[in-house]
Design a binder for this molecule. Structure first.
Ligand code: GRF
Length: 246
């Protein structure tokens, strides 16, 4: 955001405790929107993260592990899934984290499911929601509550190859370089403002599995470093451009 930090919070001192305050959300558009600022407050451990997962949960695990370090600036307050049993949820349970499951099949339609997912997440008062391998599109209720403070990770260099088969589609297209993207979630399919990207080479003998595994190594590192920077430095959005820090 032009003009620096609007809430006047300075750099984090070493070894402190943090509280995320001063959330201001505005729809994406022409006006800059400024999000989290983290300040030192005794006894509260950093920004509150709710993580959503559908499958294996290696990205989720990377975030859980990163949050064990108080200097990371965030704590995982809950993990939610859209299906059970998800390996990701088992990882969260092993870490002693509160878990919830909101299955589409248990609701009359997507709208009701989305409202229930929103309520479940909101119950943990997150500062940031991270879709860490969450394979459902969120809807209006969710975006009304968490728009601008929900990030997703995608295994391709957006805007190329959005959707469920990003790795397969990149391979089929014959690209020599692909990668991963951390983006803010909006009402499109992998269409929100891009927060960070990393590139990954495609080998001649790659198949979808080998390429996806190589991407996921980069993806976990990118997700952890990006979420960490966001919670420690805050972020702003102007049009499609996301900027971390002031
Ligand atoms: C990741 O590549 C994510 O981008 C995609 O599915 C994969 C999930 O991996 N949507 P994991 O469950 O975190 O291991």
């Amino acid at each position: 955001m032009a003009g620096g930090n609007p809430l006047g919070c300075g750099p984090r001192p070493l070894g402190g405790w943090y509280l995320a305050i001063g959330l201001y959300c505005a729809p994406f558009g022409d006006h800059p929107a400024t999000y989290l600022r983290v300040v030192e407050v005794s006894g509260i451990k950093g920004a509150r993260l709710v993580l959503l997962v559908s499958g294996e949960g290696t990205n989720l695990q990377a975030l859980i592990d990163a949050c064990r370090d108080a200097d990371f600036g965030a704590q995982v307050v809950a993990v939610g899934a859209d299906r059970g049993p998800a390996n990701g949820l088992a990882r969260a349970e092993r870490a002693g984290l509160p878990c919830f499951t909101v299955r589409l099949a248990d609701y009359p339609g997507r709208e009701e499911w989305d409202a229930a997912l929103t309520r479940a997440c909101a119950g943990f008062a997150p500062d940031l929601v991270v879709l860490a391998g969450f394979m459902k599109l969120v809807g209006k209720s969710f975006l009304d509550t968490f728009g601008g403070r929900c990030v997703n990770t995608h295994p391709a260099l957006l805007p190329s190859f959005p959707g469920t088969h990003g790795v397969r589609d990149a391979l089929a297209h014959g690209v020599k370089v692909t990668g991963c993207t951390v983006l803010l979630v909006d009402d499109g399919v992998d269409a929100g403002p891009i927060v960070a990207q990393a590139s990954v080479p495609v080998a001649d003998d790659d198949d979808e599995v080998t390429l996806h595994e190589r991407i996921k190594v980069a993806e976990r590192a990118l997700l952890v470093s990006t979420v960490g920077r966001m919670v420690r430095e805050g972020w702003s959005v102007q049009g499609r451009k996301v900027r971390i820090g002031s």
